[in-house]
Design a protein around this ligand. Structure first.
Ligand code: 6U4
Ligand code: NA
Ligand code: NA
Length: 158
């Protein structure tokens, strides 16, 4: 049986730029990504998304300003875990991104996203996000570098 674990992933947009963070430790180390982490038992998914963003780069958002743009599922060959990742974005935020123990934040132009140094799935679903589409994707990995199979579809409501 697969054990499902719930995670958040937040992207901040400013004009034609997107805020990414270089992960300094743990899962996804040395990869650029949005900001997020595990949802704790005492909080809503939106609260977790806002909290993780603030912990990881000192940017503040109101949970109600976060738009749910995607639902991603990751499984790993031979592992009984399913990562259930809820993806949010907003251009309403406060504070300048600051480096923390977990992330080095940096603004990237939407046309200059560093896919070579990101999760391999990002290259597949970022185009949906950057076009303002909502979508569901599931990716099955062998190890952490190779996608064995995947499915992605645009959805109308989340
Ligand atoms: P701690 O234990 O506090 O360091 P926490 O911050 O709670 O961890 P973390 O950083 O392990 O959680 O969460 C993983 C983050 O990586 C979440 O934001 C989801 C994201 N993520 C995981 N797999 C991904 C993948 N294949 N592609 C992607 N993001 C992924 O774009
Ligand atoms: Na995290
Ligand atoms: Na975290």
């Amino acid at each position: 049986m697969l054990v499902k674990k719930l995670f958040t992933l937040v992207f901040i947009n400013k004009e034609d730029q997107i805020l990414l963070g270089l992960k300094k430790r743990g899962f996804g180390v040395k990869k650029w990504n949005g900001f997020g982490g595990k949802v704790e038992p005492n909080e809503t998914i939106l609260e977790a998304a806002a909290r993780e963003l603030n912990e990881e780069c000192c940017v503040s958002v109101r949970p109600s300003d976060l738009k749910n743009i995607a639902h991603l599922e990751f499984t790993f060959e031979g592992q009984p875990m399913l990562m259930d990742v809820r993806v949010f974005s907003t251009n309403v935020f406060e504070g300048n991104p600051k480096e923390t123990e977990e992330m080095v934040p940096k603004w990237f132009k939407n046309t200059e996203v560093p896919f070579d140094d990101m999760w391999p799935d990002d290259r597949i679903w970022f185009p949906y996000m950057l076009q303002g589409k909502k979508f569901f994707g599931k990716f099955h990995y062998e190890g952490f570098d190779k996608i064995l199979n995947y499915k992605i579809e645009e959805i109308n409501c989340m």
